[in-house]
Design a protein around this ligand. Structure first.
Ligand code: PNS
Length: 188
């Protein structure tokens, strides 16, 4: 049994803060799956889902154990789909999957806490219906928070999008490949 971490987000685009978190998570878990989706609450996207996935794959290509996928719908469904048993060895316990999220500042906390709590409750409800035993333990999907490195606490994708549109140099904010993609996209 291994522990897989799912790191979900809109990553429009991936920043150095996200990359720092992915690097650190790769040192903690057997596998890290970066799950990219369009967050309907976030208006004025800069990059398409496909472009975000390509940029993330490129930025993560040298980090062992990290893969990048897009998903639609509920996060807990995506996470549950990753809880697999090795078909060669059915006596093995399935992998455990956790969600990881970064906390940059206190302002993030309220929303993140609520999201972690509802994801935990909803995943338990779905799983206990499947096993038909609501007393079974370990059915919840847990969220673990990693504090953002203070060096990146001011960095966010929305700041990058805004500055990018005004041609501010973004070397301190995003990986090199994203810098190029922003220049191409915005002709800056
Ligand atoms: O990078 P973001 O935009 O802050 O990430 C937010 C994300 C993708 C983690 C969140 O919007 C999400 O999980 N969306 C999937 C839909 C879902 O599961 N909603 C239920 C939570 S109330």
């Amino acid at each position: 049994m291994g522990i897989i971490a799912v790191y979900p987000g809109s990553f429009d685009p991936v920043t150095l803060g996200h990359m720092d978190l992915i690097q650190r998570a790769a040192g903690l878990f057997d596998q890290v799956i970066v799950g990219v989706l369009i967050n309907a609450d976030k208006k004025s996207p800069l990059f398409s889902l496909e472009e975000r996935v390509i940029m993330l794959k490129d930025a993560c290509r040298d980090i062992p154990g990290v893969s990048v996928e897009s998903f639609e719908g509920l996060l807990i469904d995506f996470v549950r789909s990753k809880r697999t048993i090795d078909p060669q060895n059915t006596s093995e316990e399935p992998d455990r999957v956790v969600i990881i999220r970064g906390l940059r500042e206190l302002m993030d906390f309220d929303m993140e806490l609520q999201m972690a709590q509802v994801n935990r409750i909803a995943s338990r409800c779905i799983a206990s219906r499947e096993v038909d035993n609501e007393n079974e333990t370990g059915l919840e999907i847990e969220t673990l928070f990693l504090p953002t490195d203070p060096k990146y606490s001011h960095v966010s994708s929305s700041v990058v999008r805004e500055y990018g549109r005004y041609g501010v140099p973004l070397k301190e904010f995003v990986p090199e490949n994203v810098l190029q993609a922003i220049k191409t996209k915005l002709n800056k």
